[in-house]
Design a binder for this molecule. Structure first.
Ligand code: AMP
Ligand code: MG
Length: 439
């Protein structure tokens, strides 16, 4: 596979161009690379991506059952006038898991529990509280528990035929496709698969993603802080972002800005991982050094991207891996991951579009003016909240520097200002990406 190399002094790519370039690189990569699948027990499948369609082997519900605790009866053919009750004799009881199997004659009914099978000859359920019980032993009406042999009075005009009955197959019919390939299993889909009786599912193998940080100034958390050194935070942000995507994360630590060390780590990682993500060392100052190495080792494209924060980035293939070199600034790392790496990983994982960030973006009214020039996409950290009238408002009320990582904690969303967009005037609607669930 060959990428078109773009010299780093080229015009920056727009975010969309960069996403397209990365996407076509991923497509090429997938065309030569197998995307393995595996079968896992359902209890271990949460968060995994389906590699098969889930086709229902049964009707759900499997049998017509009652939606309420009450009495199942057959609606009389002739409509009764409103308020006029009809009397039925209780001839049996149907419990969930223990159906009534006797015969039921005219003007007879059964007592029935929620989820219990409704016999074929009955069509309607009246809830307990809607009937009056008449005990043959005592003359008058009783509020006590109705049992077999008792009579109940139902105002049948209050129910439509079929009321409070859940029909066989009304949720899912046998043969229906209930989940597509590429669906990421969540709590409801786990339950849904279980409800069809499947004990295991076929899922995509987890992506193995290696992460390391580059920089001579970096220390591991836990080490003594020295002058002109900083703690490596990017690796931890990236590992968190990747765990959100259920990737198998391989922590390759810190690599100094030194060609042999970098080359060694990259070679090792490229042999064992599907994806390598690094941070730092791709800005102009370092780019020549890293660039030369990448050119020698793989098929890597360096580009400047018209986004803020972000800008320099490299991507391509190294051996059997896809490679992303993200900028060093901590907010830029997270923003480039969310806007460029995440969609690529989704494509690699075979995730369907329903999971794309664009599909879960919101519109909020901006509390203040925002100054912006057209010609780049900006991701401002914002605080969004719903006011007393239920309207969503947002404000870029936190510090916006690309090194100010606390802004990603104080903010709860990214305000996404499009490439061609000019500034925002207070009360204008803006696009936001909620960070909840993403980071
Ligand atoms: P670079 O792209 O390597 O020039 O780095 C840009 C800025 O990000 C510099 O201030 C670096 O010190 C900082 N930086 C780079 N890597 C990390 C990291 N792993 N954790 C925190 N800050 C970093
Ligand atoms: Mg550096």
């Amino acid at each position: 596979m060959t990428l078109n190399f773009t010299p780093s002094h080229d015009e920056p790519l727009s975010l969309t161009q960069a996403q397209e370039a990365i996407s076509s690189c991923v497509e090429n990569f997938l065309s030569v690379q197998m995307s393995p699948t595996q079968t896992v027990a359902l209890e271990h499948a949460f968060g995994r991506v389906l590699a098969q369609e889930i086709i229902s082997p049964i009707h759900v519900p499997a049998y017509t059952n009652s939606a309420m605790d009450g009495f199942a009866f057959q609606m009389p053919k002739a409509l009764a006038p409103r308020g006029e009750v009809q009397r039925f004799k209780i001839v049996g009881v149907s419990f969930a898991g223990q159906p009534f199997t006797g015969t039921i004659g005219p003007q007879e009914c059964i007592k029935i529990m929620t989820g219990a099978m409704v016999p074929n000859t009955l069509d309607t359920v009246a809830p307990l509280e809607a009937v009056e019980t008449s005990k043959p032993a005592s003359d008058g009406l009783s509020t006590g528990q109705a049992s077999i042999g008792d009579f109940i009075d139902i105002d049948t005009s209050r129910f439509h035929l079929g009321a409070n009955r859940r029909l066989r197959g009304e949720d899912i019919a046998k043969g229906d496709c209930v989940l597509p390939r590429g669906h990421r299993l969540h709590a409801a889909s786990m339950g849904l698969i279980a409800s069809l009786g499947f004990a295991q599912v076929q899922v995509k193998a987890k992506l193995r993603v290696a992460v390391f940080s580059t920089g001579n100034e970096l220390l591991k958390p836990g080490e003594d802080l020295k002058e002109s050194m900083i703690y490596d935070s990017n690796r931890f942000s990236l590992m968190g972002l990747l765990k959100r995507l259920d990737c198998e994360v391989l922590d390759w630590g810190i690599v100094p800005d030194q060609a042999t060390a970098l080359e060694h780590t990259l070679r090792e990682a490229a042999q064992t991982c599907d994806v390598i993500i690094t941070s730092g060392g791709v800005s102009d100052g370092d780019a020549d050094f890293t660039h030369a190495l990448m050119k020698k080792m793989g098929d890597v494209r360096f580009c400047k991207i018209a986004i803020r924060p972000g800008r320099p980035l490299a991507f391509g293939t190294l051996g059997k891996s896809l490679f992303f070199a993200l900028p060093g600034n901590p907010v830029a790392v997270m923003v480039t991951f969310l806007s460029l790496v995440r969609p690529a990983l989704f494509e690699l994982m075979g995730l369907s579009d329903e999971h794309a960030l664009e599909n879960s973006s919101l519109r909020a009214q901006c509390e203040v003016d925002i100054v912006k020039k057209p010609g780049r996409t900006e991701f401002q950290r914002g605080v969004m909240q719903v006011n007393a009238r239920g309207e969503l408002w947002v404000s870029p009320s936190v510090q916006q520097g690309s090194g100010i990582l606390s802004s990603m904690v104080q903010g709860n969303c990214l305000i996404v200002l499009a490439h061609d967009q000019e500034g925002v005037i207070a009360q204008e609607w803006v696009k936001v990406w909620p960070l909840e669930g993403l980071i």
